[in-house]
Design a protein. Structure first.
Length: 575
């Protein structure tokens, strides 16, 4: 270990496992894995992937992780590849499995943290593909604060059914159409076979692609890295570049908290609204900010949404999918028009070592593409996602309005104490147009796990009534959900929020333009109901979901499970 090295490890975590005579036992393990002295003397870079065979969102991640590792090696550091879990929403949707989805975000962050801490890695490349794995990986980067680069695994290509492009949203909605007699079982089975043609995450501007756009906008991913679909060969170049970039960050000492400032979080929220992105971003951005010691709540996110136009014509509210967005120039092209019109903070640093404005300074606006509108001629002047507050949601709620023609709704409540109860009623078409369907006890604690309701909302659209009823829940909605669907209602029912006191027939008024959601019941009547209310027993008495329910906080603060950077007394990167 006496050779001269390019690297000074005196302030790097890996010195604790590679330097000095007392670390001979540790080094013996590295030699056992085929490393030489030079590789041991170099910085150790964790390359974390969320690969598994649960769903196509994740099946391309292993090879991309290996390519990223090759980039690390080429740049003069030593990669250490490891995997973490993923719970894929498309498989978990519509049954008990969805309770595991949101908790998996925090388990991903925790497991990456523990792996990095336990093995004293100096930097991190994180490769993720499905909804919760993207914020989970970025949360780990912000928590550890070692030089980090995020890499999205890429979206799926559209399928084709009888001459038209289709994706997973069409299959979920076809279930409702079949239940209503609008589609035969044979056609439903034919559609399911062709809707998802290979590797990649859901193709519309659902949660995975929304958070992939966030990764670029917030500065943790290389420009254009989220644009290419998973099957495209060019993804190898992006993966190798991510590995090389993280070594450059290590040399400069540039860390995630240097990049992800409050202004960077505002940039991320702007890109979410401009793309008509998933309402789940209003849960994940506060959680990511929490890891960096930044207070960025649902109200902060909604304030950014309110001043941002919707300019990317993406599904589910628009026409196009992620592949089309990439071909139109991707997030850099979107940010070009946003920056030109003064809507972004161009001085935010990114993982390139340059600012956001410097990254796109040579990029010219492409007026020939049809996916991204200029800010001067937006699809709508208001953002694609809106925050709501009022007597039903004192802590706030969220609704995606991209593509909605009707921005207000008032009607009698129809109350269900679980998603299953509501889905069963919808499947039987046992509801009336004009009703407000209320699904409660599905919040972070009450679920536990804050399940998504895509099966129910898609069934409504498949039956042709998606615009004629509203749906309100303290749970969540998939990024593929469309219609007057309000989620994240807080405080949640399990905590005694007003949603727990709603009864059948109570009138609920929603105004997305005004940002209000009101329960039209007198205050004294609500107090009488509250006096007779008790929380239902928790569904789980042990295991991971029990632990999650004990620690998880409210949705408007990101449904986080620990005190965050504001309470830390040491940062891993500084050990």
């Amino acid at each position: 270990m006496g050779r001269q090295s390019r690297w000074d490890k005196s302030k790097l975590p890996s010195r604790h496992v590679t330097e000095g005579p007392q670390r001979a036992p540790h080094r013996s393990y590295f030699y056992a894995m085929g490393l030489g002295t030079r590789e041991i003397e170099q910085p150790l870079v964790g390359v974390a992937t969320c690969w598994n065979e649960a769903a196509p969102c994740n099946t391309a991640l292993m090879r991309q992780g290996q390519w990223a590792a090759q980039g690390v090696t080429a740049a003069g550091a030593t990669p250490r590849v490891f995997n973490t879990i993923t719970v894929t929403d498309g498989i978990a949707m519509g049954h008990e499995g969805m309770r595991s989805s949101l908790p998996s975000r925090d388990v991903i962050a925790d497991s990456v943290e523990l792996t990095m801490r336990g093995h004293a890695y100096d930097a991190l490349v994180g490769v993720a593909g499905c909804d919760k794995s993207l914020p989970g990986m970025m949360m780990a980067m912000l928590r550890l604060n070692v030089p980090s680069v995020f890499l999205y695994g890429g979206s799926i290509l559209p399928g084709e059914f009888r001459g038209r492009p289709v994706n997973i949203k069409d299959v979920f909605e076809a279930v409702g159409s079949h239940a209503a007699g609008g589609m035969s079982l044979e056609d439903l089975c034919a559609l399911e076979r062709v809707a998802c043609p290979g590797d990649g995450a859901c193709g519309g501007q659902y949660t995975a692609n929304t958070m992939a756009c966030v990764s670029e906008a917030i500065g943790l991913a290389l420009p254009l890295s989220s644009a290419l679909p998973a099957p495209f060969p060019d993804r190898e170049g992006h993966a190798r570049a991510a590995g090389e970039a993280v070594v450059a960050l290590l040399e400069r000492g540039l860390r995630p908290r240097d990049i992800c400032t409050r202004k960077a979080f505002e940039n991320a929220a702007i890109v979410v609204a401009a793309t008509g992105g998933s309402t789940n971003a209003a849960l994940h951005l506060p959680a990511m900010a929490h890891e960096a010691g930044i207070v960025f709540t649902l109200r902060d996110v909604a304030q950014v949404f309110a001043r941002t136009p919707w300019i990317a014509d993406l599904q589910p509210g628009g026409q196009y999918v992620a592949k089309d967005m990439g071909e139109a120039g991707g997030v850099p092209m979107l940010m070009r028009t946003l920056l030109d019109h003064g809507l972004l903070h161009g001085d935010c640093m990114t993982v390139t070592g340059r600012t956001l404005a410097e990254n796109i300074e040579r990029l010219t606006w492409n007026a020939d593409q049809r996916v991204i509108y200029p800010v001067s001629k937006p699809i709508t002047s208001n953002g694609g996602v809106v925050g709501l507050w009022g007597s039903l949601a004192p802590d706030g709620a969220i609704v995606k309005v991209a593509g909605l023609e009707r921005l207000s709704f008032r009607g009698p409540a129809r109350v269900f104490d679980s998603e299953e109860a509501c889905f069963e009623a919808v499947s039987r078409q046992d509801y009336r147009t004009g009703e407000v369907l209320v699904i409660r006890y599905e919040g972070p604690k009450g679920g536990p796990g804050m399940r998504e309701m895509l099966s129910t909302t898609a069934a409504l659209y498949g039956q042709g009534t998606g615009g004629d009823v509203a749906l309100i829940t303290d749970g969540r909605f998939s990024g593929a959900t469309r219609g007057m669907c309000i989620g994240h209602v807080g405080p949640e029912a399990q905590e005694g929020g007003p949603i727990a006191l709603v009864r059948d027939g109570d009138v609920i008024a929603i105004d997305a333009m005004a940002g209000t959601i009101e329960l039209e019941v007198a205050a004294d009547e609500l107090e009488r109901r509250r006096a007779g209310w008790t929380p239902p027993p928790q569904r789980f008495g042990s295991g991971a979901l029990w632990k999650y329910a004990q620690s998880v906080g409210p949705a408007h603060l990101g449904a986080v499970t620990h005190p965050g950077a504001g309470a830390e007394t040491s940062v891993y990167a500084d050990i």
